[in-house]
Each structure stands twice: as C-alpha cells, then as structure tokens.
Design a protein around this ligand. Structure first.
Ligand code: GTP
Ligand code: MG
Length: 359
C-alpha cells in the first residue's frame, strides 16, 4: 500500500519525499560512531590532565563540530584551553611548553605554532585498529568567542534538529567532496557554510524555519558584563527548551525542498558583489560595513578579503569568508549552480541525484 500511495503523488512531491529520505539515510551513515565519540572524550581528558601539570587552574573545552552537533565521522577536534587565574603564562609560552610536554609524554605527533596569529598546538595520532583514521586536534588558548559561537550554532541545531542538522551535515560533506572547503586554498571553511545555512533558514526562507536568537527579547534584564566577551556582545536567547514551547515555525518545507532552494538562492539570487550575509541582521550592504571590494582600491589585500562576505555572529568586524579568493568565489558559485542544475532536473531516482551531487 505504501508503494501504491507513493505512486499516486504528483512527481514533484514524490521527488522531494524520496530525496528527503535519501538525505537522512546518507547523513546518518556519516555520523561519528559511539566509540569515536568516546575515544575523543578520553583524549580530551588525557590532554586536560597533562595541561594541568603546567597550569593547575586550566580547563580544556571542546568547540567546533565536536561540540555543536555538526560533527561528521572522523572530523578533527577543536579544543580550547581556559585558565582561571590572573597570573598566567602567555599563549605562546604555553604553546611551547605544552608542545614539549606532549612530545615527551604521549604518542601524538606534535607541532607547536607559538608564533602564529592565534598560537596553537597541532596534534595528530596515526591510525590504529581502534581508530582506523587516526585523530587530528588543535589546542588553542582563551578563545572564548569560539566557545560562544559554538554554543549559538548548537542552539540553532537543537531548535529543529532534523532539518537543520541534515542540511548542515549534507552541505559539509558536499563541500568537502566538491573540494570547496579549504580556506587555505581560497575557498570557505565549514564554519562559513554553517553560517550560510543558518542565514538562509532565518532570513531568506519566508516563513522562516528558524527564529533569530540574537534578536529575541531576553526573559529578564541583562547587564553589559553578562553579555560581553572579549569586548563583543555575545548575548543570544539560549533557553531552547522554553523556545520549543513558545516558538513554532510556520514553514513546513521538507529538507529536500530547503536544499533545492538553498542551492538556487546562492547560485542565482544572493548578491555577492554588494551583499553581506549576517545571521544577526540579515542581508547587509558591504558599503555599510566598509567591506567593498572596490577594484580601484589601492589596498589589494582588503579587496581580496571581501569577495564573499559573511559576518561573524559576534565579531561584527570580522568577515568569515575573508579567505575566499577570486577563483574561490567563482568555483563555489559554479558549484552552487551545478548542484542547482542537477536537482532542477528531478532525476527519476533521488539516490542517483545525490550520488551525482557529491561525485
Ligand atoms: P569540521 O572541522 O569540518 O567538522 O567543521 P567545524 O564545524 O569544526 O568548523 P571549523 O573547523 O571550520 O571551525 C571550528 C570552530 O572554529 C567554529 O565552530 C568556530 O567556533 C571557530 N572558527 C572557525 N573559523 C572561524 C572564523 O573564521 N572566525 C571565528 N570567529 N571563529 C572561527
Ligand atoms: Mg573543526
């Protein structure tokens, strides 16, 4: 009976139904296994114990995908060391000392980068039977804004876990397979793609799929000390349990419909030349932020930096897409067009469309 009723649906609806199901199935098999999650937590604890031999009051916290619900199998670990004491070593001294210690005490390959713009220790572990793909991990210091933006993304994921997580995880896989997920090579970070998805669900879709957590009225008055981290306002409505009882999206689009619209919007409608995608404030003009990529500008650097403009949710003067080069934006946009074209044809079998998308 299932099959018969499916056949009676108009082809458009049937395609979206099939594609949504394929997207869930596809994403589920790419989630980290329970044992991977456990191993990573064990590694975090081990590293925390070691760091405390240098700085007894330190805590080592996860951020990025391992902490925000957008983790894929074998994604790297982003760790942040917080030190609850006023007399602490500088980040670069800590990086050097921690690098030496980890080299002596663990099996990790260790690469301390004490003089980087943000000093970090890079660690990796070779593959082993329990960890067939090894582990890659970065430890940074006092990056409280990253902890906050991780929490913001996690709250967005929790409001509508099925649609938000499926879309984000699919786009992460797709952008990695299509090789447009490398800030070092002029394309966009995972963090940038996640912000684009949330921007689309909050500000482009009408009715919206997600509320704007940064613009909701707070439940009680809040003071500046409570909201500011490193000089930036990081307040957002984070009582997701309450939100689930009070806020309800009028938008009932399936995951597949949202994905098709997402690709079409970024292939065709988003104004790359003049616009800034902001999850906090919606579509902004580059001019209003001083982010023009004016070709007559004398500052070669600043113009290279602002081809694709995505405002960080808290560091408003920071363009998360700053690494995207001229070639990079051409390639990324070309990929949005390609994906849009594949899906617009509504191939007979959704699973084939998906394979072709990520081929
Ligand atoms: P995968 O590692 O690909 O699984 O993705 P991820 O979700 O961990 O994202 P990514 O590694 O790109 O970034 C990890 C975290 O670092 C993000 O959640 C942010 O907290 C922080 N981060 C990354 N890039 C930036 C950036 O350009 N600006 C700021 N402020 N934070 C960033
Ligand atoms: Mg990461």
């Amino acid at each position: 009976p299932e099959v018969v009723s499916q056949r009676r649906l108009p082809s458009r609806q049937r395609f979206f139904g099939d594609l949504s199901q394929c997207l869930f199935d596809f994403v589920i098999q790419l989630l980290p296994t329970e044992s991977e999650v456990q191993v990573k937590e064990d590694v975090r604890r081990l590293l925390e114990r070691l760091i405390r031999t240098i700085e007894p009051s330190s805590r080592l916290l996860s951020f990025g995908s391992t902490a925000n619900g957008f983790s894929l199998r074998n994604s790297d670990m982003d760790l942040c060391c917080l030190i609850d004491s006023d007399e602490r070593l500088s980040a670069s001294d800590l990086v050097t000392m921690l690098g030496d210690l980890l080299e002596r005490e663990t099996k990790f390959h260790v690469k301390p980068l004490p003089h980087a713009r943000i000093p970090i220790v890079k660690l990796s572990l070779d593959p082993s039977p329990g960890l067939p793909l090894g582990i890659a991990c970065d430890i940074g210091f006092e990056n409280r804004l990253a902890l906050e933006n991780t929490r913001l993304l996690m709250c967005y994921a929790m409001i509508d876990p099925t649609r938000v997580r499926t879309l984000v995880l699919f786009l992460k896989v797709w952008s990695k397979r299509r090789k447009i997920n490398s800030p070092y090579k002029g394309t966009l970070s995972s963090y940038g793609y996640v912000l684009l998805v949330i921007y689309f669900l909050v500000h482009v879709k009408n009715p919206p799929v997600l509320p704007n957590l940064q613009q909701m009225p707070p439940l009680r008055p809040i003071s500046k000390e409570d909201t500011h981290v490193a000089g930036y306002n990081t307040w957002f409505f984070d009582d997701v349990e309450l939100l689930r009882t009070r806020w309800h999206s009028e938008n009932n689009d399936s995951v597949a419909e949202l994905l098709v619209d997402f690709f079409r919007y970024f292939a065709r409608d988003f104004s790359y030349n003049t616009g800034v995608a902001s999850i906090r404030a919606g579509f902004l003009k580059k001019a209003s932020k001083g982010w023009q990529n004016d070709l007559s500008s004398r500052f070669h650097d600043s113009r290279e930096r602002n081809r694709l403009c995505i405002e960080d949710p808290f560091e408003l003067d920071f363009n998360v897409g700053r690494c995207v080069s001229k070639d990079g934006i051409y390639t990324i946009r070309g990929e949005f067009m390609r994906a849009s074209r594949i899906l617009a044809n509504r191939p007979e079998r959704a699973v084939i469309a998906l394979a072709e998308l990520c081929a």
